[in-house]
Design a protein around this ligand. Structure first.
Ligand SMILES: [Fe+2]
Length: 255
């Protein structure tokens, strides 16, 4: 039985609140805590660092890019972040597939084939990012600072998906969080690649971004359906490349 709320015990909670003010300690604030944190922040190192270029050609590419006024280390750091997140994304869908093999009951429009397809796209995006890092002279096995942070950020999502007690609706909420982050991450990569004049990469990243927008639209719809909201049929193109993808929560509620 859930006994976490104060109203579970109205008499004791009233007694607790009816305290003689003269018996209470003066109210404090968080300034001492903030001051201590400020000290730590001022003297802290960074979360990791970017390694030097992995090869001679990488060193040359980095030097040329820097001469052009670009920031190759920033792009490689964000690529490392996307690599880490797409790896986790693939595992999140693996976990959802396992859960749905047991629990999916036809109450929502999501199918196992949908999940397998998105899982394959996340894995393809992982390989796309890995190739991009190599093409820029980097090492895809490097744990970059932002890759480290992406791993920490997504820890809770992995826990939710792999918890045997969570429902499909609860799992989809975690997946929705991941897809929102995914979309934002690819938008950043497209912008960075365009900014650094890497037109071929920017074009490839834009295709990946379109896929992520489609994932977000689908997951939003499935999540709403799992909550019992009817948003109508969602078109899932057989070959989604370049197709009109549904955007987050796009349709009009039926009722
Ligand atoms: Fe995705």
């Amino acid at each position: 039985m859930n006994r976490t709320g104060i109203m579970m015990s109205p008499i004791a909670s009233k007694e607790m609140q009816d305290v003689d003010p003269s018996m209470m300690a003066p109210p404090g604030d968080e300034s001492a805590l903030a001051a201590m944190r400020a000290e730590y922040i001022a003297s802290a190192d960074m979360v990791g660092s970017m390694p030097p270029p992995a090869s001679v050609s990488g060193a040359v590419q980095t030097a040329v890019a820097m001469l052009k006024g670009n920031h190759p280390a920033l792009l490689l750091d964000k690529l490392g972040e996307r690599l880490a997140f797409e790896r986790t994304g693939t595992r999140l869908y693996d976990a959802l597939i396992t859960k749905c093999e047991v629990m999916l009951d036809g109450q929502i429009s999501m199918t196992m084939a949908d999940l397998e397809r998105i899982r394959a796209e996340e894995a393809r995006h992982f390989l796309l990012v890995s190739d991009a890092i190599e093409s820029l002279g980097g090492d895809p096995t490097t744990q970059t600072p932002c890759a480290d942070l992406a791993g920490v950020e997504s820890m809770g999502l992995v826990q939710v998906l792999n918890d045997p007690r969570t429902t499909i609706s609860q799992s989809l909420h975690a997946i929705l969080t991941a897809e929102l982050s995914d979309k934002a991450g690819w938008e950043t990569l497209v912008a960075l690649a365009e900014d650094q004049g890497l037109d071929d990469l920017a074009a490839e990243f834009t295709v990946a971004l379109e896929k992520e927008r489609e994932h977000l639209g689908l997951v939003t719809t499935w999540f709403d359906e799992a909550l019992g909201m009817s948003y109508g049929e969602v078109e899932i193109p057989a070959d989604a490349a370049g197709s009109a993808a549904p955007q987050g929560g796009g349709a009009t509620p039926a009722a």
